[in-house]
Ligand binder design. Structure first.
Ligand code: PCO
Length: 266
């Protein structure tokens, strides 16, 4: 499955980069707690941002990266979110870290140096006694929006099934849907995985929760197959995040997806 991207020239900004990119940095425990303390700004039109400011300005975006080859595009995605004024933190699954580590060797820009990358190890390290912060709860409080990109077939199944066996799945399971904070998901997987009858009900489950799904697109995939399954372009994901933020602030507490995106033909 891992494939690599040698069958398809890298298409991210910055062009190919040499091998030997730095591994993702895993910071310590959450460090910052909920928005009650230390919040320096807010999503535009929301709690902290000036009314009418762009939705990404000052927004706290938690980028959840899962184990699809498309994780190599997260450097580009994180930069695009930052370019809109967002503060970005990354939660990566163990499988995602494998791809993040190798993004630069495949010609994609790595994550920006200042972006904190958290994983399962940090969840355990953060807790040693009752009273210690629980990292997935702290992250849920911190984030204005959770952006799951790429969302792999495996993580999609886990999230739809309610599994919470790691930092990212626990953060999603603990999400405060009533708060109106948005969740955006950009699935990426092999075409036959995407077209499998298993996928539709899982995507529907996420949509019923209020998750906005940014459909995968058709291209030649990392494994050499051609078809629908590639992660949507970072710009499209950023637009969905901005739109979700704008909507969640227009209608606080109403985090459901008003108009589900049209599914790609299968
Ligand atoms: C293939 N799986 C995949 C994952 C989705 N692919 C993509 C793109 C990348 C290159 O542009 C890898 C980002 O093809 O999102 O290819 C077989 S399991």
């Amino acid at each position: 499955m891992a494939g690599g991207s040698e069958r398809e020239p890298p298409d991210g900004p910055g062009g190919p980069r040499g091998a030997g990119g730095a591994p993702p940095r895993c910071g310590g425990a959450a460090g910052r707690s909920g928005r009650a303390d230390g919040r320096s700004g807010g999503a535009g039109g929301g709690d902290g941002g000036p009314p009418g400011s762009p939705p990404l300005e000052g927004a706290r975006v938690l980028l959840g990266v899962t184990g699809s080859v498309a994780a190599v595009k997260c450097g580009e995605l994180a930069r695009a979110l930052q370019g809109g004024g967002a503060e970005v933190r990354v939660v990566a699954t163990t499988a995602a870290a494998h791809f993040l580590d190798r993004a630069e060797a495949s010609g994609y820009p790595g994550l920006p140096e200042e972006v904190e990358v958290l994983g399962d190890a940090q969840e355990w390290e953060a807790w040693s006694a009752v009273g210690d912060p629980v990292l997935h709860v702290e992250l849920r409080k911190w984030a204005d929006v959770l952006c799951l990109a790429p969302l792999s077939a495996n993580s999609l199944a886990k999230l739809a099934g309610g599994f919470c066996d790691g930092l990212l799945t626990c953060t999603f399971r603990a999400w405060d849907w009533a708060s109106g904070r948005a969740v955006v998901a950009a699935p990426a997987m092999n075409t036959l995985m995407w077209q499998s009858p298993l996928t539709d009900p899982q995507i529907d489950t996420l949509r019923r929760l209020g998750v906005r799904v940014v459909e995968p697109v058709a291209k030649m995939l990392a494994c050499g197959d051609e078809g629908v399954g590639a992660m949507a372009a970072p710009d499209a994901i950023v637009l969905a995040v901005a739109s979700a933020l704008a909507d969640s602030h227009r209608a606080p507490g109403a985090g459901t997806q008003a108009e589900p995106e049209v599914r790609a033909p299968t």
